[in-house]
Design a protein around this ligand. Structure first.
Ligand SMILES: *[C@@H]1O[C@H](CO)[C@@H](O)[C@H](O)[C@H]1NC(C)=O
Ligand SMILES: *[C@@H]1O[C@H](CO)[C@@H](O)[C@H](O)[C@H]1NC(C)=O
Ligand SMILES: *[C@@H]1O[C@H](CO)[C@@H](O)[C@H](O)[C@H]1NC(C)=O
Ligand SMILES: *[C@@H]1O[C@H](CO)[C@@H](O)[C@H](O)[C@H]1NC(C)=O
Length: 349
C-alpha cells in the first residue's frame, strides 16, 4: 500500500482530538471516609474519562442519554470501560479528579482526560505524566494510606491520540520507531504508578484503529481498514512484550494487559453476522449518533438550534456511539470478553 494512502487514512483519524481547555490544579479538603474498600485509579483519555473534560461535548446532549439519562461527561450514551471495571471490583465508579472537592474519594480517583496521550497531544489537557503527578500529590497529602494503595487497582488507557498527534506532525515514515518511544514512555508511566504503591495495573491494548466509524466511512462502513489495524497490532506486540519483562523484573504479575484489540474485533464480527441474518440489527461499523462529515458534531446544534447529528433508533443495538467512541452496549460487550484478564486484578499473587 502506498505511503500516500496511509497518510490520508491517518489524517482522517486526526480530527478525533477533543479541543478543550486545560484543568486547573488546586486542592481542597477531601472526603475519604469509610476507606477500607478497594480503590480504582484511572489514567488516560476519553475511553475511560468519566467527567474531567468539562468544556467538551461529553457534557452536552445526547451524551449520557441511556445512562444516567443526562450528559455527565462520558463520551458515550451511557457507561464506559471505567464503570464496568469498577463494577467488576464491586465498587462505585471513582470520582472524576475535577470533582474531587465535592465527592467521596473512597473508591479512588479518575484522572483521565479526553484527547490526551502518553505524550503531549494537540489537546491542552494533562498528559499521562501530569495525571500521575496529580496522583502523587494526593498521596503526598495523605489522602490514601500505604495499605489503601496496596489493595488498589490502576487502569491505564492510551487509545490512539498519540498516533494522531504524531501523524499530524507529518512524521508517518518512522511510525515503528515512534511506537517504540511511545511504549517506552508508557512503560515508565506504569512503573511509576507501581512505585507509588499500586500492585495491580491494567493496561489497555490499542483498539483496532481501522475500525472506528471515522475511518470506516471510506468503506461506506462495510469493513475495517486493515492497514491501519497493523499499526495497532505492532503497538500491541511491543506492549505485551514490555509487560512480560516488567512482570519478570518485579517477580509477580503486577501488570495485566486488557486485550481491547481482539475484544473490539470479535464483538464487531459477531454483530456483523447478526446484521446479515436480521437487517433490523445495526451495522457495528456505523455510529449511533451519526455526525456530519468528518466532524465531531454529535452533541452540536447549528445557529438555528437544529441538531448537527442524527440518532439511531436503538442505541442499545449499536457498537459505536459516535465516530470514535463505543456506546454503552459496545463497552458492555467488550467488557464481557475481558473478564478472564480482569480476574488477574483480584487474585492475590
Ligand atoms: C478545590 O478547593 C480549593 C479550596 O479548598 C479551591 O481553591 C479549588 O479551586 C477547588 N478545586 C476545584 C477543581 O474545584
Ligand atoms: C481511613 O484512613 C485513615 C488514614 O487516612 C485511617 O486512620 C483509618 O483507619 C482508615 N479507615 C478505614 C475504615 O480504613
Ligand atoms: C507532559 O506535559 C508536561 C506539561 O506540559 C510536559 O512538561 C511534559 O514534557 C509532558 N510529558 C511527556 C512525556 O510528553
Ligand atoms: C431482529 O432483531 C430485532 C432487534 O433485536 C428483534 O427485535 C427481532 O425480533 C429480530 N427478528 C428476528 C426475526 O429474529
Amino acid at each position: 500500500m502506498a505511503k500516500q494512502v496511509l497518510i490520508t487514512l491517518l489524517l482522517l483519524f486526526i480530527s478525533s482530538t477533543e479541543v478543550v481547555e486545560g484543568t486547573k490544579k488546586s486542592y481542597g479538603i477531601y472526603d475519604n471516609k469509610n476507606n477500607n474498600s478497594v480503590k480504582l485509579f484511572v489514567f488516560g483519555d476519553s475511553y475511560v474519562d468519566t467527567g474531567n473534560t468539562m468544556q467538551s461535548r461529553s457534557y452536552k446532549p445526547p451524551y449520557g442519554m441511556t445512562y444516567p439519562g443526562k450528559p455527565v461527561g462520558r463520551f458515550s450514551d451511557g457507561r464506559v470501560l471505567t464503570d464496568y471495571i469498577a463494577s467488576f471490583l464491586k465498587i462505585q465508579t471513582p470520582t472524576a479528579y475535577v470533582l474531587r472537592n465535592s465527592s467521596t474519594l473512597q473508591y479512588g480517583v479518575n484522572f483521565a482526560y479526553a484527547g490526551t496521550g502518553v505524550f503531549q497531544t494537540s489537546v491542552d489537557g494533562p498528559n499521562m505524566t501530569v495525571q500521575i503527578d496529580s496522583f502523587e500529590k494526593l498521596i503526598q497529602q495523605n489522602v490514601y494510606t500505604k495499605q489503601d494503595l496496596e489493595s488498589s487497582v490502576a487502569l491505564v488507557s492510551a487509545s490512539g491520540n498519540d498516533y494522531i498527534a504524531f501523524v499530524n506532525k507529518g512524521n508517518i515514515i518512522d511510525i515503528k520507531s515512534f511506537t517504540s518511544s511511545l511504549i517506552n514512555q508508557l512503560s515508565m508511566n506504569v512503573q511509576r504508578i507501581h512505585d507509588l504503591g499500586i500492585n495491580k495495573i491494567a493496561i489497555g491494548l490499542l483498539i483496532p484503529i481501522g475500525c472506528v466509524p471515522r475511518i470506516t466511512a471510506i468503506t461506506f462502513h462495510l469493513s475495517c481498514v486493515d492497514i491501519l489495524n497493523l499499526i495497532s497490532v505492532n503497538h500491541n506486540q511491543m506492549l505485551i512484550q514490555t509487560v512480560l519483562q516488567l512482570n519478570q523484573q518485579v517477580g509477580k504479575s503486577v501488570f495485566v494487559t486488557l486485550d481491547l484489540y481482539n475484544a473490539f474485533l470479535s464483538t464487531i464480527e459477531t454483530m456483523q453476522k447478526q446484521q446479515k441474518e436480521n437487517s433490523t440489527r445495526m451495522n457495528p461499523l456505523k455510529s449511533c449518533c451519526e455526525e456530519e462529515g468528518l466532524t465531531n458534531s454529535c452533541g452540536s446544534v447549528d445557529d438555528n438550534g437544529e441538531n448537527k447529528y442524527t440518532l439511531c433508533e436503538n442505541p442499545e443495538l449499536s457498537f459505536f456511539w459516535d465516530n470514535l467512541h463505543p456506546s454503552q452496549n459496545g463497552w458492555h460487550a467488550v467488557y464481557t470478553l475481558l473478564q478472564s484478564s480482569l480476574g488477574q486484578l483480584i487474585d492475590k499473587n
